[in-house]
Design a protein around this ligand. Structure first.
Ligand SMILES: [Zn+2]
Length: 352
C-alpha cells in the first residue's frame, strides 16, 4: 500500500512540475498530496464498537464499505486520488485562504480560519430519489420523506452559530454550504427481507435511478446497529448514493431521530471524511479548519472536549455525536464539497 501511495505521490509531483512549465496561474495550484489516504482501520472500529459501546455510539459504515470497494476495484484508489488532487488544486487555485498554512491541510490548530472560496457555482441543487424498501413500504410516509428533505435543506444552508455550545471557539468556522435538495420521486418496494447489511445488496435489488444526475437514497433495515452508509465520489455509478436505516430517516425521535444521519452520509457522498480522519492524531480529514481529533465523539459533549491537544469540533455533522448536538459544517468542508461540482470535478455532471 505504501509503495502504491508513494508512486502516486511521484505522479502528482510530475503533474505539478508540468503545470509549472505552462503558466504562472496554474503554478498557484501546486498542492501537497503526502497526507492522502483511502484505506482505514474502520473495519476494526466497527468490531470493537459493537463489542464495547453497546450501540451507544453512532455507527456509520462508510469507511468499511470503502475498504471493501477498494479491494474489489483495483482502479478505485487511483480514481479517488485524482478526485482529491482536483479538489485541492481547485481550492488552491481560488486563492490560498488566510491561515491555511504553507503546505498540507493543517489541522491541529483550532484558530485556523478558512474563507469560503468564490466558485461562481451559486446554490447547487441536488435532485433526490428516495427508495423505501420495507416489508410494508408505506410504513414510511410521504411526510417522513418531506421531514428528511427539510432537514437536509436546513443543514446545508444554515450556520446555526446560535446553537453552538457555550464557550465554543468555532462560531467563525460555521458555514452556509449553499446546497439545496429537491425531491424527484419516492419509490416504494414491499420486500420481506428483514436486514440488508452494508454490502450494497439493496442497491442491486433496487438499482439507482440516473445516479449521474441524482442523489439516490435507500431507506431500509440495515441491521447491526448501523445507522447508515454512503459511497464516496469515484465509486461505481451502479452503487452510488446513500443508505439509511428507517429509524433514522426523518424526525423519528430519540438521540439519532432528527434526520442528521442523512446530513452526515450526504457529507460523505460529497467527499467529506469523518472529522477525526478515521485514525489517531496523525490522520486528518483533509480540512484545515476542523481540528485534529484522536477518535470519534459520541453523546452530547460539553465544550471543550479535548484530544490531540486541541478542542474537538464535536458539533460537526461529520462526528458521531447525537443528532441534536451537531450543528455545523465548516468553510473548509464547504469548499471541499463544492469543488467536486467545479469543471473537471467528479460530480460536475449533476449540474447539467
Ligand atoms: Zn460516516
Amino acid at each position: 500500500m505504501k509503495k502504491l501511495l508513494l508512486s502516486m505521490a511521484a505522479v502528482a509531483l510530475l503533474f505539478t512540475a508540468c503545470d509549472d512549465d505552462k503558466s504562472a496561474s496554474i503554478e498557484q495550484s501546486k498542492v501537497d498530496m503526502n497526507d492522502f489516504y483511502v484505506y482505514t482501520d474502520a473495519n476494526d472500529d466497527v468490531a470493537s464498537k459493537s463489542a464495547n459501546d453497546k450501540g451507544n455510539k453512532k455507527s456509520c459504515s462508510s469507511m468499511s464499505v470503502l475498504n471493501r470497494q477498494l479491494d474489489a476495484n483495483p482502479g478505485l484508489e487511483r480514481k479517488m486520488y485524482n478526485i482529491e488532487l482536483h479538489t485541492r488544486q481547485f481550492i488552491a487555485g481560488k486563492g490560498k485562504p488566510p491561515g491555511s498554512g504553507g503546505s498540507g491541510t493543517g489541522g491541529g490548530d483550532t484558530d485556523v480560519d478558512i474563507l469560503p472560496i468564490q466558485d461562481n457555482l451559486g446554490i447547487i441543487n441536488i435532485p433526490v430519489y428516495v427508495h423505501i424498501v420495507y416489508p410494508n413500504a408505506n410504513s414510511i410516509s410521504d411526510s417522513r420523506v418531506s421531514e428528511q428533505m427539510s432537514v437536509l435543506n436546513a443543514d446545508f444552508k444554515n450556520t446555526n452559530t446560535g446553537l453552538l455550545p457555550s464557550g465554543t471557539t468555532f462560531a467563525n468556522d460555521a458555514t452556509n454550504a449553499e446546497f439545496s435538495f429537491s425531491l424527484a420521486g419516492t419509490i416504494r418496494h414491499d420486500d420481506p427481507k428483514s436486514s440488508w447489511g452494508t454490502n450494497d445488496a439493496v442497491k442491486v435489488a433496487y438499482p439507482p435511478i440516473t445516479p449521474e444526475t441524482h442523489l439516490n437514497i435507500w431507506v431500509c433495515e440495515i441491521g447491526g446497529g448501523i445507522l447508515g452508509y454512503a459511497q464516496f465520489p469515484g465509486g461505481n455509478a451502479s452503487t452510488d448514493g446513500i443508505v439509511l436505516g428507517g429509524a433514522y430517516f426523518g424526525n423519528t425521535g430519540g438521540v439519532y431521530g432528527a434526520g442528521r444521519t442523512a446530513t452526515h452520509e450526504v457529507g460523505h457522498y460529497l467527499n467529506l471524511r469523518h472529522i477525526w480522519g478515521d485514525g489517531r492524531c496523525n490522520r486528518d480529514d483533509f480540512v484545515a479548519d476542523t481540528p485534529l481529533a484522536g477518535a470519534s465523539n459520541g453523546g452530547c459533549p460539553s465544550f471543550p472536549s479535548v484530544s490531540c491537544k486541541t478542542a474537538d469540533m464535536t458539533m460537526n455533522y461529520m462526528d458521531y455525536t447525537y443528532d441534536n448536538c451537531m450543528y455545523m459544517f465548516t468553510d473548509g468542508q464547504r469548499n471541499r464539497m463544492r469543488a467536486i461540482f467545479a469543471q473537471g470535478g467528479s460530480r460536475a455532471g449533476m449540474l447539467n
